[in-house]
Design a protein around this ligand. Structure first.
Ligand code: RTP
Ligand code: MG
Length: 181
């Protein structure tokens, strides 16, 4: 699915992010999508809630990730003790992948995601995707936190490249992603 470009709005690298709904939350990904589109945050200056203005630029779902792809996707965590658990979780079912744009989308989306730890998310960020759709409890791995979001423009470009061809996003997104960084 490709969204229509919004004319006249220029995008910066930090305005494009990648997200993936993890397998354990895949059954609820339409609700995740609805939460993304209706997300409002409190402005620091006034405390007034304003829409984050996320646009879903492209969707691929369902996607079954191969073990080798999951290992490459999360290569930065290769030496962490939870790496194999993370790879198992990412490959135990299907995922939904999305390219998301909006003002300061990378940071805004990380806010919407909430803390990595689901219990912390429920306590400190009850509005967040991880609080609402993450799993926690006895025997539930910490990796069951509902969704992934890119942490910087370089990661967003890399992660989008795993799942989308440039021909699958609008020209204005492709232009920003292919511009030398
Ligand atoms: P993500 O990359 O998925 O958006 O998550 P994040 O930035 O909040 O956290 P990160 O440190 O990049 O960790 C990647 C994913 O690994 C799982 N994890 N498990 N067992 C553990 O201690 C542990 N720590 C992290 C989580 O699924 C996390 O999202
Ligand atoms: Mg991360």
């Amino acid at each position: 699915m490709t969204a229509q470009p919004r004319e006249g709005i220029s995008l910066k690298r930090e305005d494009i992010t990648f997200t993936m709904v993890k397998p354990h939350a895949y059954g609820k990904w339409p609700e995740v999508l609805a939460a993304i589109l209706s997300y409002e945050y409190k402005t620091a200056e006034t405390g007034i809630e304003v829409p984050a203005e996320f646009t879903i630029e492209a969707i691929r779902a369902p996607v079954k990730i191969a073990k080798e792809t999951a290992k490459e996707f999360y290569a930065q965590h290769r030496d962490r003790p939870f790496f194999l658990e993370l790879v198992d979780m990412m490959t135990e079912g299907t995922v939904a992948c999305m390219v998301v744009s909006g003002p300061d989308a990378i940071n805004q989306y990380r806010q919407l995601l909430g803390p990595t730890n689901v219990q912390e998310a429920r306590k400190n960020a009850p509005y967040s995707l991880r609080a609402k759709f993450g799993e926690s409890g006895d025997g539930v791995p910490l990796s069951y936190n509902a969704a992934h979001g890119s942490d910087d423009p370089k990661s967003a470009k890399r992660e989008i490249g795993f799942f989308f061809r440039m021909s699958e996003v609008s020209d204005r997104i492709a232009r920003v992603l292919t511009y030398p960084q």
